[in-house]
Design a protein around this ligand. Structure first.
Ligand code: ADP
Ligand code: MG
Length: 621
């Protein structure tokens, strides 16, 4: 469940969900969401019933006025009826308000609850979950799906009660006026209901397609907005406009089809209603002539007919909307049902703080999801306060190894130990409190520089933030920004240069003051001056801490206490710079390339015969 790849487009997922009938389990869970608000819902239903009953008395009062005027020539009857009518409308206004207020309250509350619980759950899910998700899809679930659930629930939970009541009440009143009209009613209601069902189905089909077209448009929108630089760099504006335009046009076309279907439906319903009206009025008129009906009763008939046919239209939509809500709810429940695979064990305890900073990997085997083994029976010890550098070809598993220490992923076999504790034994929180990571591509949030540094330790004082920035060689450039520490860094920090982003990330780590530091050193893309500043900041940061550094450059490596050459998920060579050079193996070769100006990582697995021979010599292939 957890790592199920969702490679299918959202639109398709949407369609599948919409097609399947609302299953009981989902509906049951949906209703349970509304359970905390049952008091409001019951009250709303009572208001609704009262206001519907009040509505049904309206034609009766009209009847009284007409009869007062025509049959009895009695002004008092009319006056009383008119006053009663005002009273009825006043009461109806009150109960309508109550019903609307309570129902909307429930709906809004429900949405807030669901949004919060889904978001909370998303925060608990491990990286492995996100590896297999499209962010756009998750965002859309939190925004669209929740809204669909809201409208599906609030419009349809108690609305049908009122509609059924109006229908039954209207028909009942017609029969009460003249029971023989039941024949005419039976002639009219079934065809209207059947048209309703027929068009309801068609409308639903078109709605599904329209929604999936809209889903496609949204996907294009998200993808494009997420990478404006790529779009511009490759001059793909027109291409994207066409892609988006195509999807929008398609959704317009389907939207129009929906409108046409709906318009035909409404036209037919109206036609049938008015034919019914004409025949009932004709019949009623005849009855007035025969002296069986009063003129007032004749007058109330069309009102009841309109009351009775009105709900049919609404009722046919109920099922479709429930279906939609259930599809949306299913997607939300899917997130809520994803068990976080990385969670505190029931008996997990907080790691003693401050940590000593010993790290050990013991016979670790690891793979992502169901993929091939990325690390194979790998062992590595890092003593407290020492610096260990990881070098090796790109794709060898260095970043993977580093991400096992803060337990971003769990090992398949073997163990990762921090201060002698298996990372699965202690609380994730206490483990990660001891660690700071400066990634290769530092990710900043869209806010201010200050907030981005503060993220390292939320309760730090402003002075501590400045101090951290100084330590990271970031203070001077930040001070030169137009708004200093309050400058907005732009989406993901685009307003800063790579080196500046790095230093903000380092300041963040300094503020955190961790015992264990993980650096995915990314100085290879920096210019010399930035590199010098970043390196200086890093050296300051590393002082006195256990550091695992994924080294892309020579100088770091030379100063490391130990160097681990990682190749194909294993430690191929281990030792100090001097020792490894003397071995004349893979490290020696990497070093030679690096000395020629290439980053250490550039060393790709190769079919070069000489290198293959070297690898065999060190026993790693
Ligand atoms: P390095 O940092 O040494 O360049 P990585 O640890 O990033 O190597 O990657 C090792 C292998 O694991 C690569 O084959 C890569 O394709 C794979 N890999 C890395 N991250 C993921 C992930 N999140 N999901 C699946 N496979 C991954
Ligand atoms: Mg890497």
């Amino acid at each position: 469940m957890v790592n199920r790849p969702r490679s299918n487009r959202r639109s398709r997922a949407n369609k599948e969900d919409l097609k399947s009938p609302p299953d009981r389990a989902t509906l049951g869970r949906l209703l349970r969401l509304a359970l905390p608000y049952r008091k409001q819902l019951i009250l709303a239903s009572i208001c609704l019933v009262i206001s519907t009953l009040l509505q049904l008395t309206f034609p009766l009062l009209i009847q009284r006025i007409v009869d007062g005027a025509i049959t009895y020539h009695d002004g008092d009857i009319m006056t009383t009826a008119a006053i009663q009518m005002v009273g009825v409308f006043l009461l109806q206004a009150v109960f309508n308000y109550g019903q609307l207020y309570l129902l909307s309250f429930t709906g809004e509350r429900l949405v807030a609850d669901v949004r919060k619980s889904v978001f909370t759950h998303l925060q608990r899910l491990p990286l492995g979950f996100y590896d297999n998700q499209r962010v756009g899809e998750l965002t859309s679930r939190l925004s669209n799906d929740v809204s669909v659930v809201q409208s599906g629930l609030t419009n349809n939970l108690i609305g049908p009660i009122g509609q059924v009541l109006t229908l039954v009440g209207g028909v009942g009143m017609i029969i009460l006026i003249d029971w023989r009209l039941i024949l005419l009613v039976l002639l009219v209601i079934p065809p209207v209901a059947l048209t309703g069902v027929f068009f309801g189905r068609r409308l639903q089909g078109v709605s599904e397609q329209a929604q999936s077209a809209l889903g496609t448009a949204t996907t294009v929108l998200e993808e494009t907005l997420a990478a404006p630089r790529v779009v511009k760099a490759f001059g793909r504006e027109t291409y994207e406009v066409e892609r988006y335009g195509g999807a929008v046009e398609e959704s317009f076309r389907l939207g129009m089809r929906r409108v046409r279907t709906r318009a035909v439906f409404i036209a037919i319903i109206t036609l049938v209603s008015f034919v019914a009206l004409a025949s009932i009025m004709w019949f009623g008129g005849m009855e007035v002539l025969n002296g069986n009906l009063s003129p007032g009763q004749l007058f109330s008939l069309p009102l009841y007919i309109l009351l009775a046919t009105g709900p049919i239209n609404a009722l046919t939509g109920v099922y479709a909307q429930f279906q939609e809500a259930s599809g949306a709810a299913r997607r939300l429940f899917e997130i809520l049902d994803t068990e976080p695979e990385i969670a505190d064990a029931p008996d997990a305890f907080a790691m003693p703080s401050p940590a000593r900073g010993e790290v050990a990997l013991r016979n670790v085997t690891f793979h992502y999801g169901g993929g091939p083994d990325v690390l194979k029976d790998l062992s590595l010890e890092i003593e407290a306060g020492k610096v260990v550098a990881l070098v090796g070809p790109s794709g060898a598993g260095k970043t993977t190894l580093a991400s096992l220490i803060p337990r971003f992923y769990d090992v398949a076999s073997g163990a990762v130990l921090v201060d002698g504790y298996d990372v699965r034994q202690v609380t994730v929180r206490s483990l990660r409190d001891a660690i700071a990571i400066v990634p290769q591509e530092p990710q900043l949030f869209g806010g201010t520089v200050f907030d981005n540094i503060l993220y390292g330790r939320l309760d730090a004082t402003a002075e501590e933030v400045y101090e951290a920035a100084r330590g990271a060689n970031a203070h001077s450039f930040i001070s030169e920004l137009p708004d200093g520490y309050s400058s907005i860094v732009g989406e993901r920090g685009v307003k800063l240069s790579g080196g500046q982003r790095q230093r903000v990330a380092i300041a963040r780590a300094i503020l955190r003051n961790p015992r264990i530091l993980i650096l995915d050193e990314a100085t290879s893309s920096l210019d010399n001056e930035s590199e010098r500043l970043v390196r200086q900041a890093l050296e300051r940061l590393m002082r006195g801490r256990t550091t695992l550094i994924i080294a892309h450059r020579l100088s770091t490596v030379e100063q490391a206490d130990k160097i681990a050459v990682i190749e194909s998920g294993n430690v191929a060579e281990l030792g100090t710079h001097a020792e490894l050079l003397a071995q004349n193996g893979l490290y020696h070769r990497l070093y030679m390339k690096s000395a020629a100006g290439l980053p250490l990582e550039e060393m790709q697995p190769t079919t070069d015969l000489e290198e293959l021979a070297t690898r065999e010599a060190v026993g790693t292939s």
